[in-house]
Structures are given as C-alpha cells and as structure tokens.
Design a protein around this ligand. Structure first.
Ligand SMILES: [Fe+2]
Length: 353
C-alpha cells in the first residue's frame, strides 16, 4: 500500500494508493495544495477515485471539491456533512476496498457531528477526533461540537486493536505517529475516566471559536474553490485544545489603532515602524502603501524576524488590506517578544479612504 503525508504544514493530508490497481484516495486535502496533489498523482501514475474529508474543517478550505472538478473523483463525507457538493455519503460501519485493502468507517462525532475515523488493517486515520500525545484531541466548541459525544467516540476507538498506528488530521509540533497502545499512555484526553469528566474539563476551558474559523466553515459549506474565500491565519494550532489554550487562537486582543492616530504618530519625534504584511504585488499595487512601511508578507514573517531586530523595543504597527493578516502578524511578533505591537484598524482600505 502506498501511504504518504502530503502537506508541508500542520494540516495532514494522506494519499493512500494501491500498487496493483493504481487506484488512490486522498484524505483531508487542502485547497491550496491541489495542484501539487495532481502532479504527484500523475508522477505516481495513480488514478484518484475518492477525495475524503474526515469532517467539515474550520481551519482550512477543503480541496476535495476542486479535486472532484478536476479529476471526476467522488467527494466523500459522512451523511451529516453539510457541504452541498459531497457526492458520496457514508454512515457508521461502511466498508469498502482500496485494491485488496479493507477500509472500515467509524462514525466518531464530537469535534463535529460529521467526524469519521478510517480504519485500515494497520492504521487509523482519526481526523480531529484523536491527536497525538499531549496534543490530546480536537476542540469541541465549534458548531455541531459535542464533548460528550467526543468522549464516547474516543471510548469506541479505545476498543480497536492496540497495534493500529494513529494518523491525525493535524500535527502542529512534529510529533510522530504511534500506536493506539502508546496513545493510551501518552494522551491525556484518553485518560479522563468518565464522560462527565471530559465534558466538565472542556467546559472549564471556555474555548469559543475564533471568528475567522466561522468564515472558513462557511467557505467549506459552500464548497469554495477559491483559496482566498476565507482569511486564515498562519501557523496557528487552531484545531487542538492544547494549542488553542497556549497560543491564544481566540485571543483577538491586539490593540488596533485608527488611521488618523497612525498618521499623527508618523509625524511625531519617535515614529512607529510600519510593517506591511501584504504580498509584494499588493504592496506595489492599486491600494498603494504607506511610504515609511517595510514589506514582509505575513507568510514569511516567522523566518524573517531577524530583519526587525532593531525594532524590538520600538512601536510596530502592522498593516494589511483590511486588518486580518495584520492581526496574525501582530500575534507572531508578540510571541517573538516584540513589546509594543499594534494593528492599523481597517488596513490600507481605511488608509486610502
Ligand atoms: Fe477540525
């Protein structure tokens, strides 16, 4: 069996193929990566028969609809999935073969109503129902989430053979897949003894979805084919309980400053550093840019922080088109120890107005 993890980042997309029949499935594809998937399928001479989402994602736009359009494969999800373009709906207990390899489907609701786990002879694709080690599991505060149902799903997974290797839909810190037996030892959310304990623990965290995640859900309900259909922050462990707590995924508290105040500060004796985090094309494009601004796209910011070293103790105001990417950039800077970080409210749209 061919088995590969395809994405460079934290979203885990799996390509599973059969050498004899040359048939393949892709699980949890990411829209932006679809051209790479098609290239890889071509190189490996595989025919994509099914693109499967383990659940409705809130942190990335699914690539399954685009794959369906481009290669004519089925788009597969659980029967409760709201996406309109799904062509094949699964329910609990469904079984099929990929070549000679048996695949069983377990309905494992909790993170979402439509979550499924795919069971192969030697491994499990758990979506966001079960993550690795201290990452625990997916959060249950998104629409349709149900901590009690999640606990029951985990108990069901715990009855499966212990040798199965767990492959989740996300891994934010390069933890390595390991067996269900290992996970029983290392995953704290598998140790909560009762459904009530699980529900109480998650309730006590008061996570609450970030607004941007609601926009991503809408894009997936509508089967968006445009990667820009929703704004998505970079490098944020948004789906896991642990990451949500540690990295302030829901924290929208970076102070935003109105354009007129920014203009005043730029005229002062100690003007702020203006950091424009749009793409170079946008920076030189129609909306123009603030003459004092430095341009580092938000996607590059984490590895170009060295260029801002001299500004570490100065005020930095981040700017993008409307404020979304500037907010992510501000969070990245704050996590890196920059002490005075603000966002320009309304971005370049407001500046131009
Ligand atoms: Fe998820």
């Amino acid at each position: 069996m061919i088995f590969e993890q395809l994405n460079p980042g934290a979203c885990r997309t799996y390509l599973i193929g059969d050498e004899q029949s040359h048939e393949a499935i892709v699980v949890d594809p990411v829209l932006e990566q679809v051209p790479q998937y098609l290239k890889m399928l071509d190189q490996k001479k595989l025919r994509l028969t099914h693109a499967i989402d383990t659940h409705t994602h809130a942190d990335h736009i699914s690539g399954a609809a685009a794959l369906k359009d481009q290669v004519g494969c089925e788009y597969v999800m659980h029967a409760k999935a709201p996406a309109r373009c799904v062509t094949f709906h699964l329910t609990d207990g469904f079984e099929c073969h990929l070549g000679n390899h048996l695949v069983k489907v377990l309905a494992t609701p909790g993170h979402t109503q439509d979550s499924i786990t795919l069971v192969f002879h030697d491994r499990l694709l758990t979506g966001d129902v079960l993550f690795l080690d201290d990452a625990g599991a997916g959060r249950d505060d998104l629409p349709g989430g149900d901590a009690g149902a999640h606990w029951e799903s985990l108990q069901r997974i715990l009855t499966l053979p212990e040798h199965l290797i767990v492959y989740p839909a996300h891994e934010y810190r390069d933890r390595l897949p390991s067996s269900l037996k290992d996970q029983k030892e290392s995953n704290p959310l598998l140790k909560l003894p009762t459904k009530q304990a699980y529900v109480d623990y998650l309730d006590s965290l008061q996570l609450g979805p970030a607004d941007w995640m609601k926009e991503v859900l809408k894009a997936n309900y509508a089967c968006a084919r445009d990667p820009q259909a929703a704004w998505i922050p970079v490098d944020v462990p948004a789906c896991e309980v642990k990451g949500t707590l540690e990295q302030g995924v829901n924290d929208q508290q970076v102070a935003a400053i109105p354009v007129d105040v920014v203009k005043e500060r730029l005229k002062s004796q100690t003007p702020p550093v203006m950091l424009d985090v749009r793409t170079p094309g946008e920076f030189t494009g129609e909306l123009g840019h603030i003459s004092q601004a430095i341009n580092i796209p938000v996607t590059d910011l984490s590895h170009r922080l060295g260029e801002l070293e001299s500004a570490k103790d100065k005020e930095i105001i981040t700017v993008c088109k409307s404020g979304g990417r500037a907010h992510t950039a501000a969070q990245i800077l704050m996590q890196a120890g920059f002490s005075q970080v603000h966002v320009m409210m309304g971005g370049m749209l407001a500046w131009k107005k």
